[in-house]
Design a protein around this ligand. Structure first.
Ligand code: ATP
Length: 367
């Protein structure tokens, strides 16, 4: 068992910078939990507090039910993999991986067994005699992970471990880390600002902004049911479209009205939106939920909007259209067979089951 719990954990630097504010979340045994957010949101500080490298200003951190606030980092049974890998340049790969165990006075043959086992798991057996400078970025990254694995810790902490790798290697290491997670059956807390990394690897995502947790959920939940405007805009690429709108009652139904279009909401959303009639809201729809009418399944006048194509971006498997509707530009991810021409009019169809509506003042999700 290796469960990590944070209860109202706050970190204030120098009596003034609130880096983390009352963070409360639980990472379950064997869970892959990603702390996600833009630069400066407090992810690294949270990780460092869990590792014991940073003191907690207030709140409680528990590992396996035991409060560890005053437990030394070395006694927390945690291994951390840093962004820059922090390998010792004068040591070989073998020595780098063995170092932590040597310090802890493990017997030589046990060290050897563990280093070779970790090297086998990571496919770096041939590199054990090399020095870090003789390795590629991806190989260094594996050594850094290997150094954590040999300790057989309760919890692995990763601080943006892929950010120094090129795009292709990052994709490869992403799936390797995921496989490794299953293989080790380990509890992992992983920090990144990259929403794709979070979506592809996490069992649970903790989204942070300005030191405050915005949402905790599975990748599916944070993508499909974002709690507020920030989460909705941060997760997904291209980002969700946001348009200033008013909720109106018309012809026995409820409609969303913007400067460029009017669309009718589905029956299921009516009871929630009734309270918002004549109020200003922010309407949100993801690019993949907007279709070129020529390829739409169920075009109806009440889910179709007309605009003028601003930009056409063919990507091969799909085409992105930037379409001006009134004062707003919507991005649509449409069928690559689209006939859309820049400067020409186009009819777009919304999947009204997949819309989002946010309170303009609080920015909290209404739908
Ligand atoms: P990044 O992705 O850029 O590493 P982050 O989300 O990990 O960012 P943190 O490094 O945790 O964010 O920083 C959170 C806030 O705390 C920032 O405003 C940062 O400037 C501040 N901060 C971090 N470390 C210190 C420190 N040692 N002293 C004072 N302020 C700090």
């Amino acid at each position: 068992m290796a469960q990590v719990e944070l209860e109202k954990v706050t970190k204030i630097y120098d009596n003034k910078v609130v880096a983390v504010k009352e963070a409360t979340f639980t990472v379950n045994d064997k869970e892959f939990c990603v702390l996600l957010g833009p630069s400066g949101c407090g992810k690294t500080t949270t990780l460092r507090m869990i590792a014991g490298l940073e003191e907690v200003t207030s709140g409680i951190i528990k590992i396996d039910g035991k409060i560890v606030n005053d437990v030394e980092p070395k006694d927390r049974d945690i291994a951390m993999v840093f962004q820059n890998y922090a390998l010792y340049p004068h040591m070989t790969v073998y020595e780098n991986m063995a170092f932590g165990l040597k310090l802890r006075k493990f017997p030589k043959d046990e060290i050897d067994r563990r280093v070779r086992e970790a090297a086998r798991i990571l496919g770096i057996e041939d590199l054990l005699d090399r020095k870090p400078r003789q390795l590629s970025g991806g190989q260094r990254q594996r050594v850094a992970v290997g150094r954590a694995i040999v300790r057989n810790p309760k919890v692995f902490l990763f601080d943006e471990p892929l950010s120094n790798l090129d795009a292709k290697l990052r994709v490869q290491m992403r799936s390797e880390l995921k496989k490794l997670h299953h293989r080790l059956g380990a509890t992992i807390i992983y920090v990144t600002h990259d929403q794709v990394e979070a979506m592809t690897m996490a069992d649970k995502i903790v989204v942070m902004k300005d030191g405050v947790i915005q949402q905790i959920g599975t990748p599916f939940e944070v993508y499909n049911k974002p709690k507020n405007l920030f989460v909705a805009g941060f997760i997904g690429s291209p980002a969700m479209n946001f348009v200033n709108a008013t909720v109106i009652a018309k012809g026995g139904g409820i409609w969303i009205k913007t400067s460029g279009f009017e669309v009718k909401v589905v029956k299921e959303h009516e009871p929630i939106l009734e309270k918002w009639i004549d109020k200003e809201v922010i309407f949100g729809i993801r690019p993949e939920n907007i279709f070129d009418k020529l390829f739409a399944v169920a075009p109806q006048p009440e889910n179709t909007v007309t605009g003028v194509v601003d930009v056409v971006e063919p990507l091969g498997s799909e085409t992105l259209l930037h379409v001006k509707c009134g004062e707003d530009v919507l991005v649509a991810r449409v069928d690559p067979r689209t006939q859309a021409q820049e400067g020409a009019r186009i009819d777009l169809v919304f999947d009204m089951n997949r819309i989002h509506v946010f309170d303009k003042d609080t920015q909290e999700a209404i739908i």
